[in-house]
Design a protein around this ligand. Structure first.
Ligand code: SAH
Length: 278
C-alpha cells in the first residue's frame, strides 16, 4: 500500500509528504507495465517500486535482476517470461494472453521489463493487446540500458563538445536478421550511435558503417551487463572491432567519441572511484 512507501520515505527524510495521486493504488484486474531499469535494483522508479509491493502476479524478464525481485510483495506469484539466448522461451503471444487471463481473474498484474518497456521492449505490443482486451493498464517508464547503462560505464550519451544528436537502433529485426535500416544515412546522421542487440551482427554492422564512409578511427565501446556487479566494458575502434573476442551479453554497443570521457568519468569501476560500489 501507499502507507508503507510513504512511511519509509518520510522516515528517511526524502519527502515531507507524498500525494496519493502520485502513487495510485494498483487496481485489481489491471496490468502495469513497469520498466525495471538496466540492472541495479535502485534504478527502478518510485512508482515501479510501489507497484512491486502491491502486485499479486509478476511476469518478469530475463533482464530483471533477482536482487530487485526480493522487494516484491512476498505473496506475489512470480512468473518468468523472459528470453535467454538460445534457450526455449515463452512466445510473445502466450505472455500477452497470460497477462490478459490473470487480469480478467481480477489480479493486480505487474509486467516487469528490463530498462524501459517502450524501448525495444515490446511494451507497445503488450499494451496494445491490453487495450484491445478492454483492460485497464498503466505504463511506468524505466531507465533504458541505452542511457543509464552507459552512464554506469562513465559514458555520457550526449556531450556538448561532441554531439547534438544520438541514434538508438536495434541490431536485428524480429526474424534475427540484421536490421533493415538505411545504414548509409545512419552512418552520417549522428556522431553517436547506441545499438541494442547488436553483438550478433556486429561485424556486418561495422562493415556497413565503414562502407558508408564512417571514420575507421571512430571509437566503439561495448558495455556488457551494465549496472550490475558483472559489468565489463571493452573499447576499440570501428576498424579494429572485427578483432574483438566474444563479449558477454546483454550488451550495449556505442559508436562515437563519447566513450573517450570514460577516462575521467568511470565512477563505477574505474580508478576515479573512491569507494566500492560493486
Ligand atoms: N527495454 C530495454 C531493452 C530491451 S532489448 C531497455 O530499455 O534497456 C534487449 C537489449 O537491451 C539487449 O540485447 C542489450 O542490447 C540491451 N540491454 C538490456 N539490459 C542491459 C544491460 N544491463 N547491459 C547491457 N545491455 C543491456
Amino acid at each position: 500500500m501507499l502507507d508503507w512507501l510513504k512511511s519509509l520515505l518520510v522516515r528517511r527524510g526524502h519527502f515531507a509528504a507524498l500525494d496519493a495521486a502520485d502513487f495510485p493504488d494498483f487496481a485489481p484486474g489491471s496490468v502495469w507495465l513497469v520498466g525495471a531499469g538496466p540492472g541495479a535494483p535502485g534504478l527502478i522508479s518510485l512508482l515501479g517500486y510501489h507497484a512491486l509491493g502491491q502486485a499479486e502476479v509478476i511476469f518478469y524478464d530475463a533482464l530483471v535482476s533477482d536482487r530487485l525481485l526480493i522487494h516484491a510483495n512476498p505473496r506475489a506469484q512470480k512468473i518468468f517470461a523472459g528470453k535467454r539466448g538460445g534457450k526455449p522461451s515463452p512466445k510473445q503471444a502466450d505472455i500477452t494472453l497470460q497477462l490478459i487471463d490473470w487480469a480478467r481473474k481480477g489480479k493486480r498484474v505487474l509486467r516487469l521489463k528490463g530498462g524501459d518497456p517502450f524501448v525495444f521492449g515490446r511494451g507497445g505490443e503488450e499494451a496494445g493487446a491490453l487495450f484491445r482486451a478492454n483492460l485497464k493498464f498503466r505504463i511506468v517508464p524505466g531507465i533504458s540500458s541505452g542511457l543509464g547503462g552507459l552512464a554506469y560505464a562513465g559514458i555520457p550519451v550526449t556531450h556538448r563538445e561532441t554531439n547534438h544528436a544520438v541514434i538508438f537502433l536495434t541490431g536485428h529485426d524480429e526474424t534475427g536478421d540484421v536490421s533493415p535500416l538505411d545504414w548509409p544515412s545512419i552512418a552520417k546522421a549522428a556522431p553517436v550511435i547506441v545499438m541494442f542487440m547488436a553483438v550478433k551482427h556486429l561485424n556486418t554492422i561495422v562493415q556497413k558503417l565503414l562502407a558508408a564512409g564512417r571514420d575507421p578511427t571512430d571509437r566503439l565501446a561495448i558495455v556488457s551487463n551494465a549496472a550490475s556487479p558483472q559489468q565489463t566494458v571493452v573499447e576499440t575502434t570501428l576498424a579494429a572491432a572485427s578483432d574483438l573476442a566474444d563479449v558477454p551479453t546483454p550488451a550495449i554497443v556505442v559508436v562515437g567519441p563519447v566513450s573517450a570521457y570514460r577516462d575521467a568519468l568511470d565512477w563505477y569501476t574505474g580508478p576515479a572511484r573512491e569507494n566500492s560500489f560493486g
